[in-house]
Each structure stands twice: as C-alpha cells, then as structure tokens.
Design a protein around this ligand. Structure first.
Ligand code: PMV
Length: 329
C-alpha cells in the first residue's frame, strides 16, 4: 500500500492568459489531496473518495469502465473526477510497463473540487506517484508533472495549461509559459487568505468564452496581453520582495479578468470585502465563474471580513507549500 499527497494551488497571476502563451504564476498551498493505492490480484480498479465535496462516492470499474458512481452531483463533475483517476492509473500502468495492474484507490482531499484551487491536478499528481511507487517505479516530480498534464489535457479536451500540474508536482511558486515551466526561488512570505463561495465554474465554458471574446474584439485580445504584462511586473515585484506591489498587481489582474467576463457576483463581493478590509490585493483564482478568491493580508482583517461576507461559504488562511508531490509515511 502506498500513499502519496500533492498540494492544491492559487493563481497569484495569469490564469486564462496562460492558455494563449502568456506567463502565469501559480503558488502551491498547504491544502492537499492524498491518494492511497493498493495493488490487487486482478486488473480491476476500485476507487473510494469520501471528501471530494462530491458527498462521498465509491465505485469499482474494470477495463470497460461503464460503471459510474451513483451520487447526487452534476454528471460532468463526476465524469471529470473519474476521468482524472482513470487517466492517472493508465499513465502509471504505462510508466511501470504493467498494463494489467489493478488497484484499490482511496482519495482524500481537503481541496474544494472545481473551485480554482487545482483539486484535479493534485489528485492526478498524487495518484500517478502512488500508483507508480506501488508498482516499484519512482518517477521524479518533473516527469510526474508531465504525465499529469497529459491526463488533464485529455480530460479537459485540450483546454489545459501546464500550470496546475507543474505547480502541484513541484510545490512552491512556479512560472509557466507554454511548455516552459520553472520554479521561482526565494519568494517573499505571501500571506494568502482564500474565500470560497461553495460553488464552481465550468472551466471549459469559461475558457471558450474568453477565446470567443478575444477573436471578436481586438481590445479583448489586448486585455489578454495586458494580463501578461501584469504577470511580468508581478514576477519583478516577487523578485524584489515587494509584497505591497504584488498585491496592487493582483487587484489589476482581477479587473482584467472581470473585463473578460470570468468573474461572478460572489467572487466580486469577496474581492471587494478583502479590499475594504485593507488587503494588499485580491483576485479570483482559477477559471472563475464561481469558486475561490485569493487575497494577501498580514492581519486578520480580510479573514474576518470574508467570514461575514454574504456568499462566502468558507474562508481560510493558506500557507505557501514548498513541498510538491511526496510519499506519505
Ligand atoms: O480553475 P482551475 O484551477 O482549473 O484553473 C483554470 C485556469 C485556466 O487558465 C483558465 C485554464 C488552464 O488550464 O490554465
């Protein structure tokens, strides 16, 4: 039996624009998905997940994989979740040259599903690590990031950047631009506060919406490029250890994402609550449409303000997690 875990992430800068070749800076946070894998005698895969915000589901499926879990959540979310696990197992089988390996898989996660915190990437990354180790193969985190990206790319039908999977596999703050993925060293202390509206956005639809706007309006294309400029300034601010400037640029980034139509009333309310609480900066994180915002605040004020904001279901502090994927004792 092998248990591996991998962190979720927030986007400090650059979601959506990263799809069009601009850089993005995601940061791993200390909220993890843990995947436990135990080899079976047959070639079947059984998956148990109790706290994926999917209200708990258990499913066993074999090679043909028609079975789907019987749970009261939107089918696309369940199918996507199963697709990620399926993909992780398939990649692990290939990497270990064990095409007929069967597993009992248990997933536990404290990352809300589909909320912009990289839950699926964390499950895929931890799943590939646990399943390959269970088959006696140890991959390095960069290889796991690559395999996990392939899974996300397939499940999300081509609408995926390497940002989530690379960040989850490597940990810390990273910079992703196309296929160029790097860790950013020596980042200053970033006092993250996350607000979660309890919902999620449809990433595919939101990405498609931005694409349409960008094709239709030159100024929407300029907005995407402007996000790239904000990210580059943000990288410089990070390098200088200027957290105040990082915050101001996050505010700017949120405004540009809003202009591209990917914010939501709940996200805007949380962003404004953070601003009024004197956060250094605040923005939505991930695809948008619903889910989470991330703010920077060294004091307790933003956390308290979010807790009293209508539409905010949960607010929590999140430390930067410098550990990426790791095997658990
Ligand atoms: O909501 P998330 O965490 O899956 O992030 C989506 C980020 C996008 O830039 C919109 C898409 C991508 O794959 O980079």
């Amino acid at each position: 039996m092998t248990t591996s875990s991998a962190p979720g992430k927030v986007y400090l800068f650059g979601e959506h624009a990263v799809v069009y070749g601009e850089p993005a800076v995601p940061c791993a946070i200390e909220r993890r998905a843990r995947v436990t894998v135990e080899a079976r005698d047959d070639d079947r895969v059984s998956v148990r997940a109790d706290d994926l915000t999917l209200d708990g589901f258990t499913v066993a499926w074999g090679g043909e994989a028609d079975d789907r879990p019987d749970v009261d959540v939107p089918t696309p979310l369940v199918e996507a979740a199963m697709g990620y696990v399926d993909g992780a197992i398939e990649r692990a089988r290939e990497a270990a040259e064990a095409p007929a390996a069967g597993f009992d898989v248990t997933i536990e996660s404290d990352i809300p599903l589909g909320a912009g915190l990289g839950s699926s990437a964390a499950v895929v990354v931890a799943g590939i690590d646990a399943a390959t180790r269970e088959l006696g193969v140890e991959l390095d985190p960069a290889e796991i990031a690559d395999l996990a990206y392939q899974v996300e790319y397939e499940v999300q039908e081509g609408q995926a950047s390497r940002a989530d999977t690379f960040c989850s596999a490597m940990g810390g703050a990273v910079r992703v631009q196309g296929d160029d993925c790097r860790q950013i060293r020596d980042v200053p202390n970033l006092p993250f506060v996350v607000g979660y509206d309890g919902g999620s956005g449809d990433t595919g639809q939101l990405v498609a919406g931005v694409r349409t706007l960008k094709e239709e309006y030159g100024f929407a294309a300029d907005t995407v490029e402007a996000i790239g400029d904000v990210v580059r300034s943000g990288e410089a601010a990070l390098e200088d250890g200027d957290v105040e400037e990082v915050g101001r640029l996050m505010d700017f980034n949120h405004g540009l994402l809003s202009a591209l139509g990917v914010s939501a009333r709940s996200l805007d309310s949380m962003v404004w609550a953070a601003r009024e609480a004197d956060a250094l900066g605040a923005k939505l994180t991930g695809a948008g449409g619903g889910g989470c915002v991330v703010a920077l605040d060294r004091t307790e004020q933003t956390l308290t303000a979010l807790e009293y904001t209508p539409g905010c279901e949960e607010a929590f502090r999140a430390e930067l997690d410098t550990d990426g994927v790791r095997v658990e004792a």
